[in-house]
Design a protein around this ligand. Structure first.
Ligand SMILES: [Fe+2]
Length: 220
């Protein structure tokens, strides 16, 4: 696990405020894009909390600080199999945690990361019930510095004044996207962790609803 940086939250928050101010200033002229029908996406399972801390994983080389604050990563030009991911962040006593900073980043349907801008990158804070939502696409497997990687979404999760959990979310073996063999790619991925697999509902109209609940430390 990478060393935890207690200053990251403050750093990201200050960056977020800057981005938000810019976004607000530009809102009058910038086109808006609709979320992929997030309200139509039911949660595939009811919330549950095991109390077991969500396992960490490697951060990888492609994290970028100061991502935009947003819950919808389906910006113009992003196409693929849509994913409406929902969940709750709990502490180890299964208490929902509001105000948790969650930063997601992932590759696109071709297995490429945006290393120049912030496509498929965004952060948010959990709501009063500890909930979060993310509208995005299923990423593709790719070949990287650690060999073949199954499809995954990178994430950092941090309670106020808590340590940063760095981990990755994976997809079930029977996921249908881009004609890829998710079972084979999961099996060949040295970082794949069954404890970090998103629960998916059925594929309907090119869209999945998914659920993943985090359990995190709130102090070091
Ligand atoms: Fe990755």
């Amino acid at each position: 696990m990478p060393p935890q940086d207690p200053s990251r939250r403050a750093f990201m928050k200050s960056g977020a405020l800057g981005v938000t101010s810019v976004a607000i200033a530009a809102a009058a002229s910038a086109p808006t894009y609709a979320a992929p029908r997030p309200s139509d996406a039911p949660l595939p399972i009811t919330p549950s909390c095991s109390g077991h801390e969500t396992p960490s994983s490697v951060e990888g080389p492609l994290f970028k600080p100061n991502s935009p604050e947003r819950t919808n990563l389906v910006t113009p030009g992003i196409t693929g199999v849509f994913l409406s991911l929902r969940g709750v962040v709990y502490d180890r006593e299964c208490k929902p945690l509001p105000g948790v900073l969650i930063d997601f980043w992932q590759c696109d349907q071709h297995g490429d990361y945006d290393e120049v801008g912030f496509s498929l990158r965004g952060h948010q804070l959990t709501d009063a019930s500890g909930g979060y939502k993310l509208d995005t696409i299923v990423p593709r497997d790719y070949w990287g510095r650690w060999g073949r990687r199954g499809a995954h979404i990178h994430v950092q999760v941090q309670a106020p004044n808590g340590p940063v959990l760095v981990t990755q979310l994976y997809f079930p073996d029977d996921t249908q996207a881009y004609g890829r063999d998710f079972a084979a790619h999961n099996a060949g991925d040295q970082f794949f962790n069954r404890a970090c697999v998103i629960t998916l509902g059925p594929l309907r109209g090119g869209r999945y609803a998914g659920r993943f609940d985090f359990v995190i430390k709130t102090s070091a």
